[in-house]
Design a protein around this ligand. Sequence first.
Ligand code: MV4
Length: 444
Amino acid sequence: MFSKVLVANRGEIAIRIIRALRELGIRSVAVYSTADEAAMHTRLADEKVCIGPAQSKSSYLNAPALISAAQIKGADAIHPGYGFLSEDPGFAEVCEQAGLKFIGPKPQDIELMGNKLKAREYVDGLGIQVLPGTFQEIEDEQHAIRTAKDIGLPLIVKAAEGGGGRGMKIIYDEDQIPNIIKIARSEAKSAFGNASLYIEKYFEFVRHIEIQIIGDGNGGVVALGERECSIQRRHQKFIEEAPSVAVDDKLRNRMNDTAVRIARHIGYRGPGTIEFLLDEKGKFYFMEMNTRLQVEHPVTELVTGLDIVAEQIRIAGGEKMTMSQRDIRVKGHAIECRINAEDPQTLVPSAGKITTYLQPGGPWVRVDGHAYPGYDVPPYYDSLVAKLIVWADDRDRSIRRMQRALDEFVIEGIKTNIPLHKKILASKDFLLGNITTRFIDKFI
Ligand code: MV4
């Protein structure tokens, strides 16, 4: 097992990983930019290193600085968290070349699933239902128009190197095709350095359901059930829950099996997520795979009682998996609300000093955050300040508990989305579980 791990991230996820390391008896090294000198993750780690100026490109995305920091501190592994370099196959490769274990999947698996078009082809090759659409990149307008005739409108254009909804465009009308393809291509080129696009049929009133899996790297894979992630805002997840009201035991087993089949075929290592769209008839389609620890992993931890991050570190350190499918049970109901420092109307990030910070507590309430009274939210990074996660034995009680916890949460000095969370949780449709990917539009 490792004796020291460098955590190549910031914010709540850096803290989550540092906590897991501490419980495993492994020393932690925090890295920070000059804007994060007072950040909580630097205080909780055993050691810390400044890796550059505020801009992510010069610090948290600066691979040479991270590798040198790890070597200077004598770390034997790097945990990338989520975002930043977590899904960069080149970084995973460079870590291994420098003799540092990358706590994540093998570089070739990150690469395969990072290209969403190749991933579609791969999964289709296993005989698994993928979203109807193209398996080659769109060559030109004519190709796109032929595709529209084949699969029917509406369509959705996605960037092959995109994912997570970034660079997606919906086409309702054939006349829009040339223009949207042109815009999508140039956006994909500048955002991902790759202009490659593909098209799928656009499903409008469906659910975004994802399955958490963990692999041992040798074909051993367990599935931890689903998360309902349909409530998203500008393709950022907003509320996640486990289990989904739309998934019964039979469907859960089928989705678990499908996810396991994909991960087993790869010989996937560590935690990963298979995203599906689920229609009203209970039919599900593969959408994409995320090859990282995800923001919303805590809801799965609360319903399974498992520590996904500790397991990830143990597997990377060469230990046998402690989880076995027979022992995995989904119990009760968990909800996560992402608390962002942002203007609820404009969505503009709200940086500045937090004058009052009082976080909720009590039974079955978990806050994964990094803010404290007097903390100055820097303007350079993602606006997530805390994840509020609750558990209860059923969904109604879980909602009530979340409402109680949101009522206790006081954050002053910056704007947050807490009021919008309260509004959604009080709505009849949320209570009834009537949620689709179009749900949040009604509240804005
Ligand atoms: C879709 C879709 C419908 N049809 N693809 C969003 C996140 C990213 N992983 C893929 N996403 C979607 N892909 C097809 N072919 C619906 C979503 C989607 C969504 C779309 C618009 C508004 C909110 C959404 C929430 C979840 C998923």
